[in-house]
Write a protein that binds this ligand. Structure first.
Ligand code: NAG
Ligand code: NAG
Ligand code: NAG
Ligand code: NAG
Ligand code: NAG
Ligand code: NAG
Ligand code: NAG
Ligand code: NAG
Ligand code: NAG
Length: 381
């Protein structure tokens, strides 16, 4: 009994050894596979996944078309990181903690079509970082790739300077971007798909989308747009072919949203999720569809705001009345407290008046009585 189990174990071990020796030689015979990587010549694929690599491995086989170097700790992609890899079309450098990309970092990959730099923390990107010979690059993934907004100016410069005229897809989602520099995409005339979802964009400014005439899809979901005023609507209208996604933004359904709502109603064919656009504010309209909110209120909130102002005015009048009444009461109270002094003064005044009056009357009576006037004139004489 123990004998047979022992022999079974031995058999297994032998088999494993055999398998190992079978799988090992091809990589050493045709072309070597760098440590930490798995190479498949048949699939033209090399994977170096989560091996704690500190740099791009050297000695990658020349047959490689799909190269995955992901989940390592590579902080910098230098100018000579890739050499002699003429057949690489897909390169993923996702999730490597990359912060720096040097000038012409990928120009050793003349056939590169898809570059995935997602889930890194790019901070310093050279203006010519993405330059690839023959403008071969079609897809660039920078999702969750930027360390913060200040990295955006580097990326913007690189997008303008790297001559990516054939780029079809650009993913800039999940980056916490607050604004986009003007004309950032102006050199990407061939772009078809632009993903900007889950950032913190508050506005679509003049010239933000300049040069994207060929765009087919623009994803602006999950941003911080409260409204899209005329300036932004003009920008969106400059993309005649594009389908636009605008859902899950915190639209505020107050006076001033009407131009956007009217545009939305007009552009139902182009906005893929018109019913998905809902008010986040005011509380009374939360989750109400933008279209129905504007349709129902006619002039969204403008009248309510007017009524509110009217009410405020009325309230202020009432308040003014109350204050005046109070002042009056205080005045009367002061008068009441001083009633003695006032009485005395009034009597004094009355007496004074009476004296004056008496004086007048006396003189009048003298003047009006001819005898008395004669007496007085005679006395004068
Ligand atoms: C690259 O691909 C071409 C054709 O697809 C092939 O002829 C060539 O041998 C490949 N290069 C290497 C180094 O395998
Ligand atoms: C990324 O790199 C920084 C240094 O630049 C380091 O402090 C940090 O721990 C790294 N993060 C990971 C997940 O390796
Ligand atoms: C290579 O990238 C293209 C997009 O350019 C994609 O369609 C294709 O599926 C990718 N291939 C692999 C093996 O990832
Ligand atoms: C970019 O990369 C992320 C994460 O790796 C992935 O989920 C996303 O689908 C990619 N974007 C495109 C356009 O392929
Ligand atoms: C952005 O990140 C870089 C490098 O990680 C840092 O030096 C810079 O201070 C950061 N800027 C802001 C505004 O947080
Ligand atoms: C949006 O991006 C942040 C990181 O910037 C991430 O934590 C969050 O899960 C993302 N939300 C969605 C819905 O993808
Ligand atoms: C928008 O920018 C263009 C030039 O890029 C300029 O001619 C136009 O006046 C600007 N419009 C506004 C409203 O700023
Ligand atoms: C709005 O809709 C979301 C999900 O659709 C839901 O979680 C939330 O409770 C709703 N809020 C109100 C006030 O109806
Ligand atoms: C939307 O447009 C239609 C005409 O195309 C119009 O009848 C309707 O009143 C509009 N709705 C709103 C809310 O503006």
């Amino acid at each position: 009994m123990p004998d047979s189990s022992d022999s079974g174990f031995l058999c297994c071990a032998l088999l494993l050894l055999l398998l190992g020796s079978v799988s090992a030689p091809p990589s050493s015979s045709s072309s070597s596979c760098p440590p930490g990587c798995e190479c498949s010549e048949a699939a033209h694929t090399v994977k170096c996944v989560a091996k704690d690599l500190r740099g791009v491995p050297v000695g990658l086989p020349g047959y490689t078309r799909n190269l995955f170097i992901t989940g390592n700790h590579i902080e910098r992609i230098g100018p000579d990181s890739f050499k002699g890899l003429h057949n690489v079309t897909n390169l993923s450098l996702s999730n490597n903690n990359i912060s720096e990309v040097d000038s012409h970092a990928f120009s050793g990959l003349p056939s590169l079509r898809s570059l995935d730099l997602s889930s890194n923390r790019l901070a310093a990107v050279h203006p010519e970082a993405f330059a690839v010979a023959d403008q071969s690059l079609r897809q660039l993934n920078l999702s969750r790739a930027l360390s913060n907004q200040s990295a955006m100016s580097d990326v913007a410069a690189a997008l303008r300077r790297s001559a990516l005229t054939s780029l079809r897809g650009l993913d800039l989602s999940h980056n916490g971007l607050i604004y986009l520099p003007p004309r950032i995409f102006s050199q990407l005339g061939g772009l078809r798909r632009l993903l900007l979802a889950n950032n913190s964009l508050v506005a679509v400014r003049n010239a933000t989308l300049a040069g994207l005439g060929a765009l087919r899809e623009l994803d602006l979901r999950l941003n911080s747009l409260k409204n899209v005023p005329e300036e932004g609507l003009r920008e969106l209208d400059s993309l005649p072919e594009a389908e636009i996604l605008l859902g899950e933004n915190p639209f505020t359904c107050v006076c001033g949203l009407e131009p956007f709502a009217r545009w939305l109603n007009r552009s139902r064919g182009r906005v893929r999720d018109p019913e998905g656009l809902v008010c986040a504010f005011p509380a009374a309209l939360r989750n109400a569809s933008l279209l129905s909110a504007v349709g129902a209120a006619g002039s969204l909130g403008c009248r309510q705001v007017g009524a509110g102002a009217h009410l405020a005015l009325q309230t202020s009048y009432v308040f003014l009345g109350l204050v005046l009444g109070l002042v009056g009461l205080v005045f009367l109270f002061v008068l009441y407290l001083n009633r003695r002094g006032i009485k005395k003064r009034v009597y004094d005044m009355r007496d004074a008046c009476r004296e004056v009056w008496d004086g007048y009357r006396y003189r009048f009576e003298i003047d009006s009585d001819p005898r008395l006037s004669q007496v007085s004139s005679g006395a004068d004489a």
